[in-house]
Design a protein around this ligand. Structure first.
Ligand SMILES: Cc1cc2nc3c(=O)[nH]c(=O)nc-3n(C[C@H](O)[C@H](O)[C@H](O)COP(=O)(O)O)c2cc1C
Length: 178
């Protein structure tokens, strides 16, 4: 069974992580969810725990059962990292090697393929700071899924919507089968 690490960050689109986790489980992937602290404002760890059928990691305090740091174990065990939704903040942290929570630490400690599905306000997405971070990650082999154009939760029309859930799941399957 291939293992997917699903990173969820603090976007209004975080509620869609439940559908992403569910779709991946239906495709027979073993899914472990790692949430940023801010993601918990938008969806509960309990929801994602039940849907993924695995414990959810939200902080380094969740790692106390084992002598081996849980984030290193997850980094070694995961066949693919999917960050969906990815905020401007988490993209910036990943691009710059900041590792101040389990998700960003796992990213640094892993050598598996990484897919990022961003979701944010269009001006945040188009800001040169975000675009430079995206380019940096792409140059290191990270693949971006979207974002797409449409009506955004912040009330603006434009680019920044999370890519459709089915498309994200197809992208995971394609990457795992390539
Ligand atoms: C209601 C609300 C919705 C938000 N939606 C987004 C979003 O879609 N994308 C984004 O990049 N930031 C969004 N933010 C801001 C992030 O939550 C904030 O930058 C936070 O620091 C992200 O932390 P994380 O990347 O560790 O999850 C939103 C904030 C609020 C209060």
């Amino acid at each position: 069974m291939k293992k997917i690490l699903l990173g969820v960050s603090g976007s209004i689109a975080a509620y869609k992580a439940a559908d992403i986790a569910s779709g991946l489980v239906k495709k027979d992937y073993e899914v472990t969810v790692v949430m940023s602290d801010h993601a918990r404002d938008f969806i509960t760890p309990l929801t994602l725990q039940v849907i993924s059928k695995n414990p959810v990691f939200t902080s380094f305090q969740d790692e106390q059962q084992n002598w081996r740091p849980g984030h290193i174990e997850l980094a070694d065990e995961s066949d693919l990292i999917l960050v969906a939704p990815a905020t401007a903040n988490v993209i910036a942290k990943l691009a710059n090697g900041i590792a101040d929570d389990p998700l960003t630490s796992i990213y640094l400690a892993s050598r598996s393929p990484v897919l990022i599905a961003p979701a944010m306000n269009g001006k945040m997405w188009n800001h040169p700071a975000t675009q430079e971070n995206v380019d940096k990650l792409i140059s290191r082999g990270v693949k971006f899924i979207g974002p797409e154009e449409g009506m955004l939760a912040c009330g603006y029309e434009g680019i920044g919507r999370l890519w459709p859930v089915d498309g994200i799941i197809d992208c995971v399957s394609e990457t795992m089968n390539s």
